[in-house]
Ligand binder design. Structure first.
Ligand code: 0X9
Ligand code: ZN
Length: 302
């Protein structure tokens, strides 16, 4: 059965999402975020403890990059905690918000990391003799404006045009319908222990960086409390590298979602993408602590 002592396949994750809708029929709804080149579904769930109300809404996605397995394990861990925890802080945070979870937004790539190549990153669309676009370089904001290539054999191929990939195109259509309700957007990646703030095309601190940066600092301070895990916070272009065409930048630019963060989860390179399964639960716990802190702060501004 489904647990956090191991990494799960796409099929196991999707079956678990469907099981949740049967276990919590009044709280969990299956949502269809589109489909992949090879015909897989991009499945998500909406979680609402007060259905019918217009609650402040949180979006959490993961596995846009196929090999970053801890990202999917962390989002499913957090989803499970919101539904099952008896901790009063977790309960009140869970129940006072609506939640969208999309654990695997690059399903073809994720399936391929299980079947063929553990280090695969991109989609699986064929382009000549090579395969795949970097789905985090393919969104239609500042597309191909730095930090990507036009070489289909590259791991950071931007694709032949914005939204060339059915995965990013169809998920963006779904996101348009919920974007205006979003208080907080989170996308999980690995690794490096960073909390990244838009944007990826410029080191200029745009929009409400003066608010999201201090909230980020509080979030990483609470993240460090349980296990001492140290994160840095900052603008993407400033603290890692210029990167354009991400889902976060597209959402932030077009829909002005007040709080948006990309996490680079554990570790800092000792195991890298191959993070041992013993670290799934601690990573999930500390990351949830940081999200509770973000929401405590963000709710003051909304
Ligand atoms: O290069 C990337 O896409 C991300 N790093 S990774 O090593 N996981 O590939 C960083 C991108 C951060 N930017 C956004 N998500 N907007
Ligand atoms: Zn990534």
């Amino acid at each position: 059965d489904f647990n956090w002592s191991k990494y799960h396949t796409l099929e196991e994750i999707n079956n678990w999402l469907m099981l949740l809708t049967k276990t919590y029929p009044d709280k969990v709804t299956l949502v269809n975020g589109g489909s992949s080149y090879e015909g897989r579904k991009i499945l998500g769930v909406k979680v609402s403890f007060r259905p019918g109300n217009e609650n402040k809404t949180v979006w959490i996605d993961s596995l846009i990059h196929a090999r970053e397995w801890i990202a999917g394990a962390t989002s499913t861990f957090i989803l499970n905690q919101l539904l099952t925890s008896t901790n009063s802080t977790i309960r009140s945070t869970a129940e006072s918000h609506d939640w969208y979870f999309f654990p695997v937004i690059n399903p073809d790539g994720y399936a391929y990391t299980h079947s063929n190549d553990r280090m695969w990153r991109k989609t699986r669309t064929p382009y000549g003799r090579c395969f795949g676009t970097d789905p985090n370089r393919n969104w239609d904001y500042k597309w191909s404006d730095g930090g990507s290539t036009n070489d289909p054999c590259s791991d950071v191929y931007a694709g032949p045009k914005p939204f060339s990939e059915i995965e990013t195109r169809s998920l963006s259509e779904y996101m348009k319908g919920v974007a205006k309700q979003l208080e907080l957007f989170i996308t999980f990646h690995s690794y490096s222990q960073l909390m990244l703030i838009p944007y990826g095309h410029t080191t200029a601190h745009l929009d409400n960086y003066n608010i999201t940066y201090p909230v980020g600092l509080k979030a990483v301070a609470s993240l460090a409390q349980k296990y001492g895990t140290q994160y840095s916070v900052g603008d993407i272009a400033e603290i890692i590298y210029v990167a354009t065409g991400s889902n976060m930048d597209w959402l932030k630019a077009n829909y002005h979602v007040p709080f948006a963060y990309a996490y680079e989860l554990r570790d800092q390179g000792q195991y890298g993408f191959l993070l041992p399964t013993e670290q799934i639960v601690p990573t999930g716990e500390e990351t949830l602590d940081s999200i509770i802190t973000i929401l405590k702060e963000a709710d003051k501004y909304i």
